[in-house]
Design a protein. Structure first.
Length: 110
């Protein structure tokens, strides 16, 4: 059984932000578990026409990761590119297990 100091569940912006926080805190032993066969969360999963943010993109960004958005309300393709930019910049892809659906958690007092 693999043992890690931290397991991050999901590879969307929340998971990416968690990893960035772990890296800043100097915690190196982490992995991400993602139930899908691909990474990125919302902006890689939703492809319907017109999908876009309704919060201005400079605000709808990870605060430590500004981006040269092409428009104020980014559309999903650009959000997907941003997502993958974050994932690659922080080497999250290499440490993500895909098709890993977390179905239960147990607390171990020890
Ligand atoms: C069209 C659209 C427009 C939006 N516009 C805005 C906006 O303007 N402003 C705003 O704040 N928000 C907006 N959102 C909401 C958006 O979903 C969030 O802002 C944000 O992207 C969510 O990130 P997340 O990482 O929390 O969740 P997600 O992106 O959903 O990522 C969760 C990840 O965890 C994985 N996962 C879930 N459960 C498990 C499990 N048990 N085991 C393993 N993996 C698991 C999922 O497969 C997924 O990849 C919008 C959403 C859509 C669809």
């Amino acid at each position: 059984m693999d043992v890690h100091e931290v397991i991050v569940i999901g590879s969307g912006f929340s998971g990416q932000s968690a990893v960035i926080g772990l890296q800043k805190a100097g915690i190196e032993d982490w992995i991400v578990l993602e139930r899908r066969s691909f990474m990125g969360g919302t902006w890689c999963q939703n492809t319907y026409p017109g999908a876009a943010v309704d919060v201005q993109s400079p605000l709808y960004s990870i605060s430590s990761e500004p981006y040269p958005w092409s428009q104020i309300f980014a559309e999903r393709d650009e959000l997907e590119r941003y997502t993958n930019f974050i994932i690659d910049k922080h080497h999250i892809r290499e440490r993500t297990e895909l098709n890993a659906d977390v179905s239960a958690l147990d607390w171990d007092d020890d």
